[in-house]
Ligand binder design. Structure first.
Ligand code: ZN
Length: 98
């Protein structure tokens, strides 16, 4: 389990991301933030295909799919960048350990 801390550059809310790999592909993210806009990803852990998430552009991201309807300023909010960064860093660690 890796834990990363971010702060949204737009709204200033802290974003905590805990990442745990189920296997080489699937990562379970536990996102916590006081930002009400991030509800779709904070209310329960989300399971993502890590490689996919790192490779696709923002428009195709599963994180963005979860957030885009609910989050009024997702384009300017750095939540997506934070979550993507956490996936990348934790994937690096996963391969270090494995
Ligand atoms: Zn924000």
């Amino acid at each position: 389990m890796c834990k990363y801390d971010y702060q949204c550059k737009l709204c200033g809310f802290k974003i905590d991301v805990k990442a745990e790999y189920k296997d080489m592909q699937d990562v379970v993210l536990k996102v916590s933030s006081d930002c009400p806009n991030l509800n779709p990803v904070t209310k329960e852990p989300i399971v993502l295909d890590a490689m996919y998430e790192l490779m696709v552009p923002k428009e195709k991201s599963a994180v963005m799919q979860l957030l885009k309807d609910k989050h009024r300023h997702i384009e300017e909010c750095t939540a997506y960048e934070s979550i993507r960064d956490a996936i990348g860093l934790s994937l690096g660690r996963y391969f270090e350990i494995a």
